[in-house]
Design a protein around this ligand. Structure first.
Ligand code: FES
Ligand code: FES
Length: 159
């Protein structure tokens, strides 16, 4: 076991982890962050995506020890001010949430895109969510929601 310290959704966290423990397991089992979903467990579906220093990573393929000293964000970060982020509002409005299993990870990939690119085109959006599978929506509503949220964030001067 080793102790790791990192920022979790903007707050300092410290936990003991096994050498071979995944970040997915540490977040869910040790910290109770069950918004981070396990789908395939082998890096194919993207439901376990979290942001490491604002870049999407598959937490099923990331050792928990690699989180040491890093900035880890899960979907809870997006509404940590107590109100839904424009991306979350746009997903609801567009019908981009159906079963919801892909949604936390999809939102994080979209959020990371908007941090890098405030004015994404359709290609940028498709590329940004290409690592996140959705079995329900056919992606059209998700892409529309991200485009709409980008417009709102630009108007609000918001991340
Ligand atoms: S659980 Fe499918 S990529 Fe991690
Ligand atoms: S909403 Fe069901 S997998 Fe995306």
């Amino acid at each position: 076991m080793k102790t790791i310290r990192f920022l979790l959704n903007g707050k300092e966290a410290s936990i003991e982890v096994e050498d071979n423990e995944t970040l997915l397991c540490a977040l869910r089992e040790r910290l109770g962050i069950t918004s981070v979903k396990e789908g395939c467990g082998i890096g194919e579906c993207g439901t376990c995506t979290v942001l490491v220093d604002d870049e999407p990573h598959y937490s099923c393929l990331t050792l928990a020890s690699k989180a040491n000293g890093r900035d880890i964000k899960t979907v809870e970060y997006l509404s940590s001010s107590g109100v839904l982020h424009p991306l979350q509002e746009a997903f609801i409005r567009s019908g981009a949430v159906q079963c919801g299993y892909c949604t936390p990870a999809m939102l994080l990939s979209a959020y990371s895109l908007l941090l890098r690119n405030a004015n994404p085109d359709a290609h940028d959006i498709k590329e940004a969510i290409s690592g996140n599978l959705c079995r329900c929506t056919g992606y059209i509503q998700i892409e529309e929601a991200i485009k709409n949220a980008a417009e709102i964030c630009k108007c609000n001067g918001q991340d």
